[in-house]
Design a protein around this ligand. Sequence first.
Ligand SMILES: O=C(O)CCC(=O)C(=O)O
Length: 289
Amino acid sequence: MDKYMQPEIVTNIDEHGMEAPPPGMYDFVAQARSGSDGFGGVSDADIAQFQALGFLIVHNAFDAREVELARAGLQAAILCGGDNISYEAAARDNLPRLSQAERLDSVRKLMPIIDSDARLRQCAENPRLLDVVGRILGEQPALSQDMALLKPPLIGREKPWHQDMAYFDYPAGTTIVGAWIALDEALPENGCMMLIPGSHLEGPALHWQRRDWQICDTDVQVGRSVAVPLGPGGCLLFHCLLQHGTPPSRSRRRRWALQFHYRGASVEPLLDSAHRLQVFGADGKDATC
Ligand SMILES: O=C(O)CCC(=O)C(=O)O
């Protein structure tokens, strides 16, 4: 059908009653594939690329055995059923009736994770990862947040476009490095990362409470968006002001990932969110969404 003949979309509520992103929110102009091979292959030019573009891809950052251990750790943490687990809305009402296999494909997020299983802590404390993050930060890294982000087949929702710094309470100018580690192949169709190269140099964007705490859909420059497909064990390192998000899953393939955030060890968090909300929130500003 000619695209101009398509019926007007009258609702953006998906079949699970959740608000879906507007069409085109996760279109992309390119796929970023070039990166270093292993943390040991990260050169000074790669670190300079991180500073210029706000991200760095490390393929094969974790080997197959390390990925298997992390998956097993995550599986054990899910089946323990701790209160660090958030489920996809589409599965929440059915939890008591789900088999173990179905339960594994109903989880959206676990946070925190490193105290749930030693195999997950080992990923966060991987010396090769810490060495590269330390080179980016210019000082010894300290872990400031740890989580697992799961995109269950077909029901995995989007993570709307945002900047991670809009979630963190640190003094202005603090750099936090995110490490997003794929435990499955991550592709556009099962929810790989999408990002806007260089957007970390454009400063804080206003965030709004909409489908999530997010950048206004109409403020996202989708025409600059780049998808970052990764193989299992691949790692995306990214700056805390880089605009990014992940699309809903439209695939039968699960997408599990770990995400760790590191600050410089000398940086102390702020005691409340007043500064963050003043910078990233719209209150008192002449802005609409
Ligand atoms: O893994 C995802 O789906 C979203 C990750 C992300 O952007 C975040 O949690 O900040």
